[in-house]
Design a protein around this ligand. Structure first.
Ligand SMILES: [Zn+2]
Length: 317
């Protein structure tokens, strides 16, 4: 319910508006003029639609390099509507983009993960293990007993126990944003990645020669060596992951392999895929265009006592 309280002639008025939503499956095809992102916005006026399309292909395709004018894309998605206006993020169900004569597909499976046409999961922000064959000695938690400080505090990272001098490698490609000494973390390196991700490597014995602030590093490139500097009881790597300055559990993101479907799951996926392929082919054939929702402007959903208050519901901002 949307609750609306306002003052009218010295009295407070209380109103509620039920929030009823319906979900529609929609589709569109676009001939690319500039880039998938810009063309989807041009066609639909929706940054959200452009974003879900580009994000889903981001790690498997290089639009900048391979998209040419005249290439085609199709997307099928679900959109929620409230009071006739789209709201919340649309959900991409399936999409296809033809680049250099090759069709590339993506399908949302029943497990809510995206798979390609071979039934392999699409890789997202893929972090490699920062220390090879090391034992995890402490996991991410908002509360744990700290062995040095002898009190409970959050442990916003993962500890890998490893011998002094064991090479530490960059979990992902990025730029060194900090290299130096810190009191608690000892010898510390921070790497800034794309999309607001940052990784942190603490208690290092020493840094790799030549690595400095502003250096670009590749995934898997050695940046330093395991040690016990700072507040530490023994040689280990404290590995932290942040997204927009919020600590997140690296083990939820560190993926060594992506999921491959087998057996029943695989059969179910290929059934779903066959339906999606049929849908994509149909939209390609019909050159399905995006349908703009036109709102009647004589409808007032909110009356503030004197006049109609437009746009109280956030739609596509
Ligand atoms: Zn730690």
């Amino acid at each position: 319910m949307q609750i609306h309280i306002y003052k009218h002639d010295g009295e407070y008025i209380f109103e509620t508006t039920p929030i009823i939503s319906e979900t529609k499956t929609e589709a569109l095809t676009i001939k690319i003029e500039h880039s998938p992102y810009l063309d989807i916005i041009r066609e639909t006026g929706s940054k959200k639609l452009a974003k879900i399309f580009v994000e889903s292909f981001k790690h498997s395709l290089d639009f900048k390099k391979d998209v040419q004018k005249g290439d085609t894309l199709v997307m099928v998605y679900e959109q929620k509507y409230r009071l006739g206006k789209p709201f919340s993020m649309p959900e991409l169900k399936t999409a296809m983009i033809e680049m250099k004569g090759k069709r590339n597909y993506i399908y949302l499976n029943s497990d809510e993960r995206f798979y390609n046409e071979s039934g392999n999961e699409i890789e997202y922000f893929l972090l490699a293990n920062p220390v090879k064959s090391a034992r995890i000695s402490s996991v991410f938690t908002k509360r744990r007993f700290h062995p040095v400080l002898q009190k409970y505090r959050a442990h916003l990272g993962v500890d890998y126990a490893a011998g002094r001098g064991t090479p530490i490698s960059a979990a992902g490609a990025g730029v060194i944003s900090f290299i130096g000494s810190s009191r608690g973390y000892g010898n510390l390196i921070k790497i800034q990645h794309t999309d607001g991700y940052l990784t942190l490597y603490a208690h290092q014995n020493s840094f790799r020669k030549g690595i400095k602030r502003g250096s670009s590093v590749k995934q898997g490139q050695v940046i330093g060596y395991v040690g016990s500097t700072g507040l530490s009881t023994g040689p280990h790597l404290h590995f932290g992951l942040y997204k927009d300055n919020q600590a997140i559990d690296p083990l939820r993101v560190v993926q060594v392999t992506t999921k491959k479907l087998t057996g029943k799951e695989r059969n179910a996926f290929f059934k779903l895929k066959a339906n999606y392929d049929e849908s994509i082919n149909l939209h390609l054939k019909n050159e399905t265009k995006f349908v703009r929702i036109s709102m009647p402007d004589n409808v007032c959903y909110f009356f503030d006592g004197e006049s109609c208050v437009q746009d109280k519901l956030d739609s596509d901002s």
